[in-house]
Design a protein around this ligand. Sequence first.
Ligand code: PMT
Length: 212
Amino acid sequence: MPNQLNILISAGPTREWIDPVRFISNPSSGRMGYALATNAQKRNYSVTLVSGPVHLQEPKGVHLKQVETAEQMGKAIFENAKHADIVIMCAAVCDHRPLEQWVQKKKKEVFPNEIKLVPTIDILQELGIRKKENQVLVGFAAETENFEENAKIKLKKKNLDWIALNDVSQEGIGFNADYNQITMLSSEGKKVKFEYSAKEVIANKMLDLIIK
Ligand code: PMT
């Protein structure tokens, strides 16, 4: 690894708009991704943080790029991934967006009972295809069942070096919580479990492991 590492991190949710006042999203607060960015900055690495809409203070000394949709996040990530030694996709990118996006607020009297959804781009999978030599690619797997099995499928399918398996089946860990519980799985078969701790503590342990 070079001394002056370039780290690219994504955080927060995306918003996929239905009309100007309604969107599809998820409860990601951005705390896990911001904790990773803050920790990486403290190690004097060059950090770019691509963030969906969150209510968090901008971390000092970090290049922050704010986006809303999966499409915008993909564009910002692909632009910055070219120069990144490590990419960590912590964002909860919406897997789907409405096929149609109305320009005017849809009146409730004519609001349809069903909205057709189409898949968004899988940013991480695309990063796996474009991965540079020596680039370390880290994804998250937010799971509610078949935890390790599902995470291993993502690790392989997206051509990752590490995946952070995040059990999001219980309250108090994962989405919109101060604490988390992560098991790191590597493409080389390593498995490292971090006990239930504050996201700042987990971020520190994750970076120690990835940068080793
Ligand atoms: O933001 P917090 O409130 O602190 O919560 C943290 C967290 C729970 C959001 C975080 O720890 C986490 O688990 N992030 C990943 C959420 C997720 O979308 O997981 P997934 O299993 O659906 O996606 C797998 C991976 O593919 C993720 O790295 C995701 O960023 C990426 N992905 C997913 C869909 C998509 N269209 N493009 C992607 O790049």
